[in-house]
Design a protein around this ligand. Structure first.
Ligand code: AMP
Length: 284
């Protein structure tokens, strides 16, 4: 059963009556199989799952795509209903606030900032972005009171920021990181992929291919990291890479000389669209 609520008052009414543990999936909507994979996992673990669809103004910069970000509530509900047919005994509560004021009645008064992790890489290019993310997720956690919350590793830095926030504030919430869902040819699914022209879409395959090539060069061996770094340096002659970097997968530190797991984080600029991808590599 899927219940749609459009106000925080309605949400609070439903949540206050719930006695079972709750799983939670936060999204900005325009759902695709990446989002659905998070919901599916949550439904396998919980009788009731709260699912938010909220395009959060706090995480967009002044010249970003907040206004044109795709909002497709009806289509999103259909996808959720389709999936829940496979879980006939489970319940999904979709919270899609009709106005940002439902989430932030006093918008300017709160800010949650996870220092360090939030100002590097994606946070350096998008100042304030991760404060916006942490602030909304904190607020949504407060409303949903989940036992577990599900995040895609597609947004790897976001996942680390949320994990750190929960740890630092001792919030009793398990953060579950879920694998990246890709198109058959490799492009990571994203609501922003629909901004791409057919030509851009075929060019965009180079992102996942590049990550695979670097992974192959490393071949899980520390001794190969310098060769991988040289390879990356040649790739960076293409100015469309906003960044393409190997970092420690726990801390995002640039020093990977002792890392057991590294992450290769990539953002490729395709016209006005920025495409994010990453992969994890174990180091022996
Ligand atoms: P968004 O609506 O883009 O804010 O994403 C909501 C959640 O879905 C985040 O935890 C994302 O990391 C996750 N997500 C988005 N795209 C994918 C994907 N291709 N595979 C797995 N998770 C994803």
């Amino acid at each position: 059963m899927v219940t749609l609520v459009r106000t925080t008052q309605e949400l609070n009414d439903i949540r206050s009556k719930e006695t079972r543990p709750v799983g939670f999936v936060p999204t900005m909507g325009n759902l695709h199989q990446g989002h659905i994979s998070l919901l599916e996992r949550a439904l396998t673990e919980y009788e009731v799952v709260y699912f938010s669809i909220f395009v959060n103004p706090k995480q967009f910069g002044p010249n970003e795509d907040f206004n044109r970000y795709p909002r497709t509530l009806e289509q999103d509900i259909n996808l959720i209903e389709e999936l829940t047919k496979r879980f006939p005994k489970k319940e999904v509560v979709v919270y899609s606030p009709k106005d940002p004021q439902e989430v932030f009645p006093e918008s300017k008064n709160q800010n949650v900032s996870v220092l360090g992790l939030s100002t590097m890489l994606e946070g350096k290019i998008r100042p304030g972005h991760f404060d916006g993310v942490a602030t909304v997720v904190y607020r949504l956690f407060e409303l949903m009171k989940p036992t577990s919350a599900y995040f895609g590793l597609k947004d790897f830095q976001q996942y680390l920021v949320i994990r750190q926030m929960v740890k630092d504030l001792q919030m009793p919430i398990k953060i579950v990181g879920m694998p990246i869902i890709r198109e058959a040819e490799g492009l990571a699914l994203s609501s922003r992929n629909q901004y791409l022209s057919p030509e851009q879409k075929s060019t965009s395959l180079l992102i996942s291919r590049t990550l695979k090539e670097i992974t192959k060069t490393i071949n899980n061996k520390r001794a190969n990291l310098s060769q991988a770094q040289t390879f990356i340096s040649t790739l960076l002659k293409d100015p469309n890479w906003n960044y393409l970097e190997m970092r420690d997968a726990e801390t995002l530190s640039e020093d990977i000389s002792h890392s057991k797991q590294i992450t290769i984080l990539a953002v490729y600029q395709m016209g006005t669209t920025r495409l994010l991808d990453n992969t994890q590599v174990e180091i022996e």
